[in-house]
Design a protein around this ligand. Structure first.
Ligand SMILES: [Zn+2]
Length: 262
């Protein structure tokens, strides 16, 4: 597919997405993702359920919506295949865990997002927005059913992954990213009241725990914590709205005073 000429090739988002589309061009047996023919900012993906879990053997399909500011802002993931862990047709946000849960690292990519999604499937939902806590039997049944699931744009999803055991091993850097990444439902209130939304990261400890078993380097992770870009811009927005609210309040107060004086 060719996007040349259709998008501004100088836009960082376009450049980056074209590069990622090239890198992800070949399906692996774990995941496959590609932009829609008509929209570079909407991708469809397919992931294999992680082995030795209730999702083993399952194939799950979904959409990735990229914001115009990508990679400065994170992608949104939407699962479409019923799976028993994430609600379908709902945005799942990727964010960093720890002290700045709202931040996303521009060095992360669609591949990182998919790896994080796979890693998160077996973790407990703990009632987080967008999470489901179906029983193991229900999840196993859904994983079997998923093989017959069709996407209107992509066809039978069971045919989309490579079965040649094509693997791209997780690099040390990616392992670090996975240690710090967390997933949560899209709390729509967070757009308007961002200062309320830092609380509901429940899943990070579980993932970290799982990763610590495989990776003894986890204690190095603070090195890759960048400044919390999202948090800064959120608090700026908040200050602006506060200032405007004060101004409006002052004007109303003056009007009322005037009315009473007349
Ligand atoms: Zn599709």
């Amino acid at each position: 597919m060719s996007f040349e000429g259709k998008y501004n090739a100088k836009s960082p988002a376009v450049k980056r997405l074209m590069r990622e589309a090239k890198e992800l061009h070949d399906a692996t047996d774990e995941y496959y993702a590609y932009p829609l023919e008509e929209n570079l900012f909407e991708w469809h993906f397919t992931v294999q359920g992680p082995p030795s879990t209730d999702f083993e053997g399952g194939i799950y399909h979904g959409k990735i919506l990229l914001p115009p500011e990508y990679p400065m802002k994170p992608p949104n993931i939407i699962l479409l295949t019923p799976n028993g862990r994430f609600e379908i047709k709902k945005k799942i946000c990727l964010s960093i865990s720890g002290h700045h849960p709202e931040t996303w690292q521009p060095s992360w990519s669609i591949r990182t997002a998919l790896l994080a999604l796979i890693a998160f499937m077996p973790t407990p939902g703990n009632g987080t927005v967008g999470s489901l806590d179906y029983s193991p039997i229900e999840r196993q049944q859904l994983s079997k059913k998923s093989l017959n699931w069709y996407c209107d744009s992509c066809g039978k999803i069971a045919d989309l992954l490579s079965y040649n055991k094509v693997k791209k091993p997780i690099t040390e850097e990616e392992q670090h990213m996975l240690n710090t990444i967390s997933l949560k439902g899209d709390v729509s209130i967070s757009q308007d009241m961002p200062y309320l939304s830092n609380a509901d990261i429940v899943e990070e400890n579980e993932l970290r725990h799982r990763n610590n078993i495989n990776n003894l380097n986890a204690e190095n992770e603070p090195e890759i914590l960048n400044p919390p870009i999202e948090v800064i811009s959120y608090s700026k927005d908040f200050l602006w709205s506060l200032l405007i609210a004060i101004l409006i309040f002052a004007i109303i107060l003056l009007l009322i005073r005037r009315l009473f004086l007349l």
